[in-house]
Design a binder for this molecule. Structure first.
Ligand code: ZN
Length: 422
């Protein structure tokens, strides 16, 4: 079954060429789009009038955490965190230990809904639930598919709760990768022993995938690495062969030496920046200088709005980074290149957003970047097409009952918060 987008203006995501045409959108994981004129409308079950609207490739979140979805508005932690490690200990590691299967499902359903409403149809997630590891990735994958979001998942393997938990994380990963595209997740250097790192890299190589890990998010990750292993985080990852795959994703990368930057830029690995999370955790500022071109953007679980992430990266970057109008868009779109060059499925040309963008000024190829930074917002996302299927129409989700999921999520949030109080 195909969908017809009538008379919209398509913006090519790379060339930024504007083309006004009817577009046939074919369904499926490898579905294509066709620009056509003079077609018989009666052959289409679904026709959207896109006159005056802009159509472009939908968006990708390069680093998300569905596990944080039920944290919004929860009470203060037992101790007020004074640094990044205390934020992890008193907020996130307290929360993730309390997650069970139902809470994970609610978190994934809500996150997928929030993503697609913002035009984000592909999510690269990094999941942790140390007391509900087995089957957790399958729960997330099913929830995402139910809502209509494509995904590249991993479980955050870590020794922070004991070696039996890291072993379980490794097993969950191996099991999941048997039937799904995904990555081998690791928390961060400071919670991973040499044995665990070795096993994770081995699994990634066996399954022909990459590692997804937080790197030097705070300076404490480097201090721990230097005092424990006598080398810096990227040097350690390189030593274990973790940087050899173009599928590998390094989250944050805020506190790197010149040598580490050189190692990254000479490797096929990818960096993902998460500006608002860095601001919130007061851990530092991302700077792309010396890191090479493989940089994409994520939200780190803060929210599910990639247009917002791009704006944050641009404005914060005016003081702390060398980011310009073209490079912010490039970084925003780099996740497309990450997925395509690695052969990951679910982000082909039949993943689209239809934008109802009311601008008081001319909008064209020549001034696209100015509109991207100062104009386009997720509120302009009117319709969303995921793998050729209309999943959001007039800002309403078509695939699942949004109200029902919000009720379910609230029930699970109340349960989670009570459990966290212990
Ligand atoms: Zn993260």
């Amino acid at each position: 079954m195909s969908l017809l987008l009538k008379n919209g203006t398509y913006i090519h995501p790379e060339t930024l060429k504007f083309t006004t045409s009817d577009i046939i959108v074919h369904e499926g994981i490898d579905g294509k789009i066709e620009f056509v004129s003079r077609i018989h409308e009666d052959q289409f079950e679904n026709i959207l009038d896109c006159s005056g609207k802009y159509i472009t490739q939908s968006f990708v979140c390069g680093h998300h955490h569905i596990y944080s979805a039920l944290a919004r508005g929860m009470g203060a932690p037992k101790k007020n965190p004074e640094n990044f490690n205390e934020i992890l200990e008193y907020v996130w590691w307290t929360l993730d230990k309390c997650l069970d299967a139902e809470m994970i499902e609610a978190s994934a359903l809500y996150t997928a809904m929030a993503c697609i409403k913002n035009g984000v149809t592909f999510v690269i997630d990094h999941h942790a639930s140390p007391n509900a590891i087995k089957g957790s990735l399958e729960i997330i994958a099913s929830a995402f598919e139910k809502v209509g979001a494509s995904h590249l998942l991993c479980y955050e393997i870590s020794d922070r709760d004991g070696m039996d938990k890291s072993e379980e994380g490794l097993c969950e990963t191996a099991e999941y990768l048997r039937n799904h595209q995904g990555l081998v997740g690791l928390h961060a250097s400071f919670t991973i022993s040499d044995d665990t790192l070795k096993n994770a890299v081995e699994l990634a190589k066996q399954t022909e995938t990459g590692i997804h890990i937080h790197v030097a998010e705070a300076k404490s990750d480097q201090d721990h690495c230097v005092s424990t292993y006598g080398m810096r985080v990227i040097e350690r990852l390189e030593k274990f062969g973790a940087l050899e795959s173009g599928k590998t994703i390094l989250g944050h990368c805020l506190h790197l030496s010149e040598n580490e930057k050189k190692i990254i830029s000479n490797s096929p690995a990818w960096v993902v920046q998460n500006t608002e999370s860095n601001l919130n955790n007061k851990v530092g500022y991302f700077n792309a200088v010396g890191l090479g071109g493989n940089i994409m953007m994520g939200t780190d679980g803060m929210h599910s709005d990639m247009l917002r992430s791009a704006k944050a990266a641009f404005f914060v970057g005016q003081n702390f980074d060398t980011i310009g109008y073209d490079s912010v868009y490039q970084r925003f779109r780099n996740a497309d290149r990450y997925l395509q060059s690695n052969g990951f499925k679910g982000h082909g040309p039949n993943n689209l957003v239809v934008l109802d963008y009311d601008t008081p000024t001319p909008f064209n190829t020549g001034n696209f970047f100015g509109h991207f930074v100062f104009g386009l917002e997720s509120k302009h996302v009117q319709h969303v097409i995921s793998q050729g299927r209309l999943v959001v129409e007039n800002q309403k989700i078509l695939t699942v009952d949004e109200e029902k999921i919000l009720v379910f999520a609230k029930e699970q949030a109340i349960r989670l918060w009570a459990k966290m109080k212990g």
